[in-house]
Design a protein around this ligand. Structure first.
Ligand SMILES: [Zn+2]
Length: 76
């Protein structure tokens, strides 16, 4: 799967709300909640090389919120 296809699949998954919360320890409270809550989505332009050409695609960055300490973070 190339970068273009990965970004398209990722963006389509967000549009269909088929997204999984991260399975990580919170960086603020150092605990692992049962699940993070989706806080917001931000539109982001991504540039990458497609052969010799720089291609720009629009996708989304997800911001999650820890239900234990209410801190938010961006999933990159
Ligand atoms: Zn936390």
């Amino acid at each position: 799967m190339d970068n273009e296809e990965m970004i398209k699949n990722y963006t389509a998954g967000i549009a269909r709300r088929k997204i999984s919360p991260p399975d990580i320890v919170c960086r603020n409270c150092h605990q692992k909640p049962v699940s993070y809550e989706l806080h917001e989505t931000r539109k982001r332009q991504m540039r990458f090389f497609l052969g010799d050409i720089v291609t720009v695609m629009v996708s989304f960055l997800l911001r999650w919120q820890c239900p234990l300490c209410n801190s938010t973070f961006t999933e990159l």
